[in-house]
Design a protein around this ligand. Structure first.
Ligand code: NAD
Length: 335
């Protein structure tokens, strides 16, 4: 059974991916410093998968810990989720983001080279496209100057990967550019666990519906979109998890020194107001919201062209926006 190291595997996307990896016959090994996650996730993963997953608490830049993991598990691939991801915080604490997001990737790559670990799936983001001139965005759409230090770390990490593969390091890499992951595992045993004030829309919606937050502000309703609010491509986290499994399986069939990038989205854009209304409808709850000023730096509209991932990885989303918002609410109710 192929052992796959998941850095940041106790986090939101990593934990759901661990479930899908087990289902697909891989053995996930998790390393996480728990800087943005809770150890309880491990018990939940065991409840869902029926397996106790190997877990190492620590920083994935810690080379001695990586060597120890390798001595105990001969891993053949890595999915590198570990990173800080709060866009707003990255503008006030840029060094924290450059330090963690770049150093952890460099450490992982050095480790891969030294142990001849071939396959890497990297968590990138649609943030690398900025506000694209044409929609939907394909993988050929030019990347733009990042709006935040966080976004810049994703661009720089992609560039590092391209350069390393060009150097004939003997590795195979896929960067997945995620659009907006939402939802939770249908059992509601795992989901997104924001520490402090949520930076993403849906956890803010669920917390407002639950009465934890008094009110949600929609940042602008006068943009050039169907109802004036911003448009995003919301993808169920289980579909996103499945994309990692497909990417890993695909990498296994490639020759050395392979690099490619795939959008992971549904191919549909939904406005913030559509998300709110759909959430209220499918869950039969009210969300207290107000319309506020536009927020500086917000991309107005973006959604993915998914032809490449559909045809090359044979990946298609299985969950609808309704499913996602139902699962998000069910998860919130368990918290
Ligand atoms: P998350 O914060 O829930 O998960 C990241 C995990 O990594 C956390 O459990 C955290 O404790 C851990 N971590 C951070 N730095 C670490 C380090 N140096 N060593 C070990 N563990 C470390 O975030 P997520 O939403 O699951 O995101 C996973 C990845 O996907 C990140 O790279 C993020 O930038 C990227 N991404 C996320 C989104 C999104 O909206 N959630 C969108 C695009 C890209």
């Amino acid at each position: 059974m192929k052992k796959i190291l998941i850095t940041g595997g106790a986090g939101y996307i990593g934990s759901h991916t661990a479930v899908e990896l087990v289902k697909a016959g891989f053995e996930p090994i998790i390393i996480d410093d728990l800087s943005n996650s809770d150890i309880q996730v491990l018990d939940r993963l065991e409840e869902i998968t029926g397996k106790k997953l190997a877990f190492y608490k620590g920083d994935c830049s810690d080379r001695s810990l990586l060597d120890q993991i390798y001595a105990e598990h001969q891993i053949t691939g890595i999915i590198h989720f570990a990173a800080f991801k709060a866009v707003g915080e990255s503008t006030s604490l840029p060094l924290k983001y450059y330090q963690n997001n770049l150093m952890s990737l460099l450490a992982i790559l050095d480790f891969m080279k030294s142990k001849d670990i071939k396959d890497l799936v990297f968590s990138s983001s649609c943030t690398v496209y900025g506000q694209p001139a044409q929609l939907p965005v394909t993988e050929e759409t030019p990347r733009q100057d990042a709006e935040s230090p966080y976004g810049n770390t994703k661009k720089i990490c992609e560039d590092i990967l391209v350069d390393l593969v060009k150097s004939k390091a003997g590795i195979r890499v896929i960067s997945l550019r995620y659009f907006n992951p939402i939802g939770a595992h249908p059992t509601a045993k795992i989901g997104e666990l924001p520490i402090g004030t949520p930076a993403n829309l849906v956890p803010f919606v669920t917390q407002t519906a639950a009465g934890i937050r008094e009110k949600l502000t929609v940042f602008g309703d006068d943009y050039d979109t169907v109802d004036g609010s911003c448009v995003r491509d919301f993808i169920h986290v289980m579909d996103l998890a499945d994309a990692h499994v497909k990417a890993l399986s695909f990498l296994g069939k490639q020759t050395d020194d392979f690099y490619d990038v795939f959008n992971v989205g549904t191919g549909n854009g939904n406005t913030v107001l559509e998300v709110l209304r759909t959430f209220e409808k499918v869950n039969d709850v009210k969300v207290n919201f107000e319309i506020g000023q536009r927020r500086q730096g917000d991309v107005v509209k973006i959604w993915a062209d998914t032809k490449k991932i559909n045809s090359v990885l044979n990946w298609y989303p299985n969950y609808s926006l309704e499913d996602s918002l139902r699962d998000s609410w069910n998860w919130q109710k368990t918290l």
